[in-house]
Design a protein around this ligand. Sequence first.
Ligand SMILES: [Zn+2]
Ligand SMILES: [Zn+2]
Length: 76
Amino acid sequence: MAENFYCECCGKKYSNVRDLTSNSCSKSPTKKHVLYEGSEKKQYTCKLCGKMYSNLVDLTSNSCSKSPTKKHVPAR
Ligand SMILES: [Zn+2]
Ligand SMILES: [Zn+2]
């Protein structure tokens, strides 16, 4: 069973956590990918505004009106 790991800042997908953490992230304030700790879903919801997206790339590339950082934060 293949499981994928996603960055919650940019939505990039990796097949293992080591690759995710060793690559740099263009959207993260720390320049490092942040592991999304939720499971893979059909719909991802922003926990700040409740907006739903079908994937994390769309969620992270849109701006959030309720977030202090203007970025959606995926609920787990
Ligand atoms: Zn990232
Ligand atoms: Zn949002």
